[in-house]
Design a protein around this ligand. Structure first.
Ligand SMILES: Nc1nc2c(ncn2[C@@H]2O[C@H](COP(=O)(O)OP(=O)(O)OP(=O)(O)O)[C@@H](O)[C@H]2O)c(=O)[nH]1
Ligand SMILES: [Mg+2]
Ligand SMILES: [Zn+2]
Length: 291
């Protein structure tokens, strides 16, 4: 029997494929290895079902998007968890994440964790203001003090979400916080999530609020693998203005008549964010092509 489902977990050559009421443990057919195509968590696949809830992946459907770090496909939104402290908030790293996420047309949602560690005069509040001004959804919260966590009641509804961010920012702690919300049939998985302070090692989609959400291992750097042109059109606000730049394919650097630069001069785009952009542009220009 052949059916279509979504890969929700990939570990040691086995893929858990979720069908409507079942999870089938699958192996990939030799064909994929030969063609060097790796099924990813989030992929829609057709599988051949064998006895005892085992099966084989036959085909991978075209992806609407794909992230390399974390390795996951077909995502609706990325919850970018950045802590205000421990580790310190870095707008350079956040802008890097945003460039990568937005270039894949994935909706970014910025969540600022550990808000219990700052007082009301902390510079993080200006940062929150700046990113909201740039048009991003920004939600400050604390998993310890039950501050701002109510937003997560609605945020995940019906969506495929990935929770990503630097190591130690509190992604898994947020998961544990949401844990009691997870429906009964996921109890077994929930227990597995009770690892608390241990570092997350693999990507797995968990059913939550009519959708799916993945906790992911954190990392501290992220390579820009975009071309200069892709980068110049990744930020949603830059992209809007690009149409008004004098030259098509304007990289918003030295070109005359650049609307993005004009908006920076008019303080409508933050100077910091533009400087970060130029730094990434430099990286994108000097990146050696991979063969
Ligand atoms: N003060 C404070 N500490 C927190 C909060 N949330 C998490 N922490 C602490 O931050 C540390 C890291 O938390 P994790 O949830 O494991 O972080 P993570 O983002 O999942 O880390 P990786 O799995 O390595 O990517 C732990 O010591 C937590 O107790 C919070 O809201 N407030
Ligand atoms: Mg974790
Ligand atoms: Zn321009």
């Amino acid at each position: 029997m052949i059916k279509v489902g979504r890969i929700i977990k990939a570990l040691a050559g086995f893929y858990d494929v979720a069908l409507e009421n079942d999870i089938i443990q699958c192996k990939a057919r030799g064909k994929f290895r030969k063609e060097d195509i790796k099924p990813l968590v989030g992929d829609w696949v057709s599988i051949e079902i064998l006895p005892q809830n085992k099966g084989y992946i036959l085909d991978i459907q075209p992806r609407k998007n794909c992230l390399i770090r974390p390795l996951i496909a077909n995502i609706d939104q990325a919850i970018l968890v950045f802590s205000c402290k421990e580790p310190d908030f870095s707008s350079l790293l956040l802008d890097r994440f945003l460039a990568v996420i937005e270039s894949q047309a994935i909706q970014p949602i910025i969540c600022i964790s550990k808000m219990d560690l700052v007082d009301e005069n902390d510079p993080i509040f200006d940062m929150i203001f700046q990113y909201r001004k740039a048009g991003y959804a920004v939600y400050p919260f604390s998993s310890y003090k039950e501050m701002g966590t109510d937003i997560f009641e609605t945020l995940f509804d019906g969506k495929i979400s990935v929770v990503t961010g630097q190591s130690g920012v509190g992604k898994s702690s947020l998961f544990n916080r949401l844990n009691h919300e997870l429906s009964l049939e996921t109890q077994e998985i929930s227990k597995a999530l009770g690892r608390g302070k241990h570092t997350t090692r693999h990507v797995e989609l968990i059913p939550f609020k009519h959708g799916w959400v993945a906790d992911t291992p954190g990392f501290s750097s992220l390579e820009i693998t975009l071309t200069p042109l892709e980068l110049s059109q990744s930020y949603h606000d830059f992209k809007d203005y690009s149409a008004l730049c004098r030259f098509r394919g304007c990289l918003h650097d030295q070109e005359p008549g650049c609307m993005v630069k004009k908006k920076v001069e008019m303080h409508q785009i933050s100077q910091d964010r533009y400087q970060h952009y130029l730094q990434f542009l430099n990286e994108a220009r000097h990146r050696k092509p991979k063969y």
